[in-house]
Design a protein around this ligand. Sequence first.
Ligand code: PMP
Ligand code: GLN
Length: 420
Amino acid sequence: MAGVGSAYAIRVRGSSTVGTMQGIRGAWRRTAQGAGLIGDDGGIRPTIFAEMSALAAQTNAINLGQGFPDEDGPREVLEAARAAISNGVNQYPPGRGAPDLLHAIAEHQERFYGIALDPHRDVIVTAGATEALAAVLLALIDGPDDEIVVFEPFYDAYAAVVALSGARLVTVPLRWPDFQPDLDALRDAVTDRTRIILVNDPHNPTGAVFSGAARDEVVRLAERHDAVIVTDEVYEHLVFGDAHVPIATLPGAWGRTLTISSAGKTFSTTGWKIGWVSGPAALIDAVLAVKQFLTYVNGAPFQPAIAAGLRLPDSFFTGIADTLRAKRDILGAGLRRAGFDVSSPSGSYFTVADAAPLGVTDAAAFCRELPARVGVVAIPLTAFVVPAHRGEYATLVRFAACKRVEVLEDAASRLALVDS
Ligand code: PMP
Ligand code: GLN
């Protein structure tokens, strides 16, 4: 996405970061480069989410870009946080997480997936899935000979943290319209150099839910090449078909799998940043060794609140999936009416649409113009791929469905004007 973001380049005391940052040595550069955030001028751009949310605010457009809900989550969860603050739960929780939350995570994994966790050994609480991901990769990567296999397009933090860790990124393409991995490409990508296979299921940005065959192949290849499987399951409860299947439940997977999740999406608390990692105790201890020096701990009063959330009845969890499914359908119908080709996501907040039928050849440019043209913000899929692969995703756009129905309907009627 060359060029996107240059208008928002960070300025320091009136001088451009160009010339100031360029001389600074350090891991910031490969991290920003990994995320594709170094501009042609050598300056660093904000993330696509920061940029597009700023554009939405600036133009008063409907923000279907950054994936966050525009409504609060369950009352019980919000009240539990208020009560925790009132009751003095305001100091450092234990390093692994508040025991109540550790137990609630273990109960949740048992209730939904039949996974038996020792809450004191097999799980840690993190500052969102983002810190979990960073801690896992930094803990398990040893240097440039280690490779991390990632499905592309990928959530933007993946390439950034892979680069920070010093590992080599190896991508397996997910292609329009079903975005299932090609198993031959997966087999080619995983070798004895593979340290981690990083899976995101349900998947951001495509909304794909991996097929059973893809999950099985990940496990088979990880066993064969002695790789660790890291799964990011932050959308675990936002699936529209069959119930979510964590890779950790598959035969042979548990002993080599770290499962990451987060409260942000399930309880509409993306700003609370409560996440967790679960898996075999030895791997968890390795992750904790790094995590304790990143944030040490976070979110003391939010931890018991998320524990309360994880203990809500099954009806809450099926309810959020039903609600989001209906929103996906409203968004999808609106996009089709506007002339896009639309993929059919099986989970997550997101729907990918192809703008090619509208004559679009560069979705990044299209997304930059869209707020001024019709008052809607969306994200080009090129933001989620390495620069060399941008051409393959050039006309695809990600829209977030996690907004109120009236907002989605308003967005649909605005998008209907896109071709006029
Ligand atoms: N992984 C994926 C796939 C995501 O979409 C997100 C952001 N919503 C995260 C991780 C980060 O989650 P958190 O906000 O809990 O850090
Ligand atoms: N996960 C959210 C998305 O994909 C955004 C999170 C962020 O802004 N880093 O839209």
